[in-house]
Design a binder for this molecule. Structure first.
Ligand code: 5GP
Length: 121
């Protein structure tokens, strides 16, 4: 499978579609999900063109991998949901068809601001 340059997150990264930005650095962009499923529902995406977590694991550089993991933590801190606030959250990545992935650019969902509930419906 090749990366689809016209997926919605690629357009957001190119600035062709707007988003409610939470955080950005060299490696990641984070913004609020357009259709929030919990009180806080953020998305964190790598800036590189990776279809899903498997693609990222195979092709990303070590700097990009560290950058994404640190980015998740930074966003959780910014949203005041990280574990050191005593609250916590859920990070989730849907991967390909059975995982229910709709947008083919790797993204982590961060759910917080309330009890997140059952892990799998
Ligand atoms: P997936 O099912 O691929 O894991 O999640 C895709 C997520 O992207 C969904 O939660 C959906 O609401 C969100 N989404 C789709 N289009 C847009 C958009 O244009 N802007 C934002 N901010 N989120 C989007």
């Amino acid at each position: 499978m090749t990366y689809d340059e016209n997926n919605i997150f690629a357009k957001i990264l190119r600035g062709e579609i707007s988003c409610k930005k939470i955080y950005e650095d060299e490696f990641v962009l984070s913004f609020f999900d357009i259709n929030p499923q919990k009180k806080i529902h953020a998305l964190v995406i790598p800036k590189g063109k990776y279809i899903n977590l498997d693609d990222f694991a195979c092709k990303a550089s070590e700097k990009e991998i560290v950058g994404l993991i640190k980015g998740l933590y930074t966003v959780a801190q910014k949203l005041n949901i990280s574990s050191n606030t005593g609250k916590g959250y859920r990070a989730l990545a849907n991967i390909s068809e059975n995982g229910g992935q709709e947008v083919p650019h790797l993204h982590f969902h961060l759910f917080g601001g309330e009890k997140i509930g059952k892990m799998v419906e």
